[in-house]
Design a protein around this ligand. Structure first.
Ligand SMILES: Nc1ncnc2c1ncn2[C@@H]1O[C@H](COP(=O)(O)OP(=O)(O)OP(=O)(O)O)[C@@H](O)[C@H]1O
Length: 748
């Protein structure tokens, strides 16, 4: 790999003294520059000291649950020590030192001095990550920029480090959102912060980096833990994982009879053929009789034997291991769950390297896709690094990751291989094709609701939830228990009933839901496109396309979702049409999620805007009348929607109107307020009301009304087994920061 860079740079060496931007500074003699660069490379971050208030202990963050649904081919199978990694990276930095000694107007110690003094602002992972960004990432990013663009005289930053910041979230003691990146424009073109860098960059390198932007733009994965003893123990504990033969990857506890191997699953992106590090000569690689392959094979054989033994039964998680509450409850991290989380994040980014950092200690890791192995370096004290110093190690780390990303992107774009971009699409783009209204079959939407499959499903209390999109392909589904009846089909279940839970079910007793992509995210939940599947007693499989599953994870959003169900129930009792048809509310038996299953109502008027620069979507007179009629019927049923806006007015493929999202609805509202809401809709339809995504309009006195008119939800906290209301103190601490408001108690 070093050769790739040397050949890339050789064309520059002859011309490097020619005209370069004139900054009015004298070039520094090479010997002095070398000395200064070497001094900077010995830099170590300052030791972080504990303050009086201890930072939070690391717990499983909210997105932990998704790690259980990765495709089997992407799961972690084993952890292996790799003591040579630090040296390999140091060597790589050293070998590229000469590239930094090109024309230069300022000593790096002066240019980077400010960043060498920066430190973390607090000891939570987010604060440590911020400190890393302001010091190490600035120093190493600028040095690596100079290596990649030796013609530049400055120490500008074109190799950037950043992280996804989630506002208003209580810290879970862990932050896994950090990665390297190059700035790009929407057409995957490189768009560096300094234009001069782009002009001075070797055209070949520019093409390579543009490929990286298109293929996997997030380079590497950084995981920060709060500065606590527990965090250091978690990093230390990874040695024990390496001592075991195989990694015990945690999946959903449902034992599922159907082999998923016959189903289409993901293509594993290849590893680079040549890497700047040497993997230890572990017997597993390229040797079918090796211990590692044996481990993989043993796991697979054991799994298939167990599956055969279970015949056609679905075994749900044992009652003893069920959590107290349906809402997200923080579970302390273990070394296993930390590694699983980091691995899953690396899969999401298609990253090869992972940095585990807990303030003063750190460990690096290499993800080997082919053998599903994580190779880990030794644990080191970041403040005492010598030969290499911390800066040198991270310069090597950045270079290694950039070269690896270039090599993989290049291989993926080679004409012989079918190109498959693993670039993550933004949320709203990430639409399940099958759930897009315009991709739907030409079935009459009303008839599809009457489909026998959903009628059969309405008799099922057990819902099995699979994820099948992007890297997700649940090896085993999550078990969800019905807590409220279907509102579309008649069932013997009455509101407030509590289903009997069995330990195992035949497949025909379960209703399966396959999430096919994330459609949106709101204050209450995350919304997914989905399809339903049901296997009849005769073994026939019935499919229902065009379902929607709205999931709520926290206590307050879950209360709101239960309230939303109650509202739909009232609307159903009054025979109101033109609102989502609800098939029930289901609780995750392993805790942490509540799911509302309904039909797909199309796209909302905000999404449907033909001109995205305006806020208007034209609707036909018939659609306008229908929206008015639906709202009148909603009001007659004793419900005020309380959130009329473009994002909640929907039109399906057949052009039918629907009003959705009743989580803020008020029951028993006054006639005046309903009339006022009707005026809002009329104004909106006439195009007078400029409906940007603003909080729903309210009228004076609403707050009082909220307290007076909305009864406490009949289902609030009515989880199976008395769950839901008995939330622990920990819950309320976590939820106090949530944006979700109490159902029926939210103020405008
Ligand atoms: N039944 C449905 N059919 C089609 N799309 C839907 C449906 N329900 C929700 N969506 C999509 O998901 C988005 C978010 O859903 P919704 O507004 O119900 O979530 P929320 O968490 O209640 O958000 P809010 O903060 O607006 O109350 C909607 O704007 C819509 O695009």
């Amino acid at each position: 790999m070093q050769n790739i860079l040397s050949s890339m740079l050789s064309s520059w060496s002859s011309s490097s003294s020619s005209s370069i931007e004139d900054d009015g500074l004298e070039d520094i003699p090479t010997a002095e520059l070398r000395k200064d660069v070497e001094g900077v490379l010995e830099w170590n971050p300052a030791r972080l000291r504990r303050w009086k208030t201890a930072p939070p202990l690391p717990v499983q963050p909210r997105h932990w649950r998704y790690t259980k649904h990765l495709d089997s081919k992407l799961l972690l199978r084993s952890v292996v020590p790799m003591d040579s990694l630090v040296n390999d990276l140091s060597k790589l930095a050293q070998e590229n030192l000469d590239a930094m000694l090109g024309p230069c107007g300022l000593y790096p110690s002066r240019a980077l001095g400010y960043h060498m003094k920066a430190t973390a602002i607090d000891l939570e992972p987010e604060g440590i990550a911020d400190g890393y960004e302001r010091s190490s990432a600035e120093i190493c990013g600028r040095i690596v920029t100079k290596v990649l663009i030796p013609k530049t005289r400055d120490w500008g930053l074109s190799v950037q480090w950043g992280r996804r910041v989630e506002l208003h979230k209580a810290s879970a003691g862990i932050d896994d959102g950090g990665h390297l990146f190059f700035l790009g424009n929407p057409d995957s073109g490189l768009e560096l912060y300094r234009r001069a860098h782009l002009e001075l960059m070797d055209p070949g390198l520019r093409t390579d980096l543009e490929r990286v932007l298109a293929y996997a733009p997030k380079i590497g994965t950084w995981v920060f833990l709060s500065l606590t003893r527990k965090s250091k123990k978690l990093l230390l504990g990874m040695d024990q994982l390496a001592a075991r033969g195989s990694f015990d990857y945690e999946l959903c506890r449902t034992a599922y009879p159907n082999s998923t191997s016959s189903l289409k699953s993901v293509t594993v992106p290849p590893d680079a053929t040549s890497t700047p590090w040497t993997l230890p000569s572990f017997p597993g690689r390229n040797n079918s009789d090796s211990g590692h392959t044996r481990t993989l094979r043993a796991t697979t054989i054991a799994a298939s034997k167990a599956t055969k033994g279970r015949a056609e039964k679905v075994v749900i998680p044992s009652a003893r291991r069920r959590p107290e509450t349906t809402a997200y409850a923080p579970v302390p991290l273990t070394s296993e769950s930390l590694v699983q989380l980091a691995w899953a994040k690396a899969v999401e980014n298609d990253a090869t390297m992972i940095v585990f950092n807990c303030g003063n200690h750190e460990r690096l890791a290499v993800r080997h896709r082919g053998t599903q192995t994580l190779y880990i370096s030794e644990l080191y004290d970041t403040t005492k690094c010598a030969e290499p110093g911390y800066a040198k190690l991270h310069v090597g780390l950045y270079l290694a990751q950039v070269f690896d990303a270039i090599a993989r992107a290049k291989a993926a774009s080679a004409p012989t291989e079918p190109r498959r971009s693993s670039r993550k699409r933004p949320h709203n783009d990430n639409v399940a094709a099958s759930s897009l209204p315009n991709k739907r079959s030409k079935r009459d939407p009303e008839k599809s609701v009457e489909c026998p499959m959903m009628e059969l499903a309405s008799q099922c209390d057990m819902m099995l939830l699979h994820l099948q999109y992007d890297n997700y392909h649940s090896p085993s589904p999550a078990s969800f228990l019905r807590t409220t009846p279907c509102l579309v089909h008649k069932t013997h279940r009455k509101p407030g009933y509590s289903p009997q839970i069995k330990r195992s079910y035949r497949l025909h007793e379960c209703f399966e839901v396959i999430l096919t992509g994330q459609l949106g995210r709101g204050g209450t939940g995350t919304v997914y496109g989905a399809k339903g599947r049901l296997t009849t007693k005769d073994g026939e499989t019935r499919i229902q396309e065009d379902l929607i599953v709205k999931m709520a994870f926290e206590k307050h959003p879950q209360r709101r979702m239960r309230h939303e169900y109650d509202v739909y129930q009232q609307l159903a009792e009054h025979g109101v049409t033109g609102v989502p048809q609800v098939y029930g509310l289901f609780e995750d038996l392993e805790g942490g999620a509540l799911a509302l299953v309904m039909n797909h109502c199309g796209q909302d008027l905000w999404e449907l805007r033909p001109d995205k620069d305006t806020s208007q979507t034209p609707v036909t007179p018939a659609q306008r009348d229908r929206f008015t009629e639906i709202l009148q019927n909603v009001h007659r049923a004793g419900v005020r929607h309380h959130d009329i806006r473009a994002a909640n007015l929907m039109i399906n493929a057949a052009g039918e109107a629907c009003i959705a999202d009743f989580d803020r609805a008020r029951l028993n509202s006054t006639e005046a307020k309903k009339e006022w809401e009707m005026d809002i809709l009329r104004e909106f339809m006439e195009g007078i009301h400029h409906n940007f995504l603003i909080p729903s309009p309210s009228m004076p006195g609403d707050e009082q009304e909220i307290r007076d008119e909305t009864p406490v939800s009949a289902h609030a906290g009515s989880g199976s087994g008395g769950r839901g209301e008995g939330d622990s103190e920990v819950d309320s601490e976590v939820d106090s920061d949530e944006s979700g408001e109490d159902a029926g108690e939210d103020s405008d």
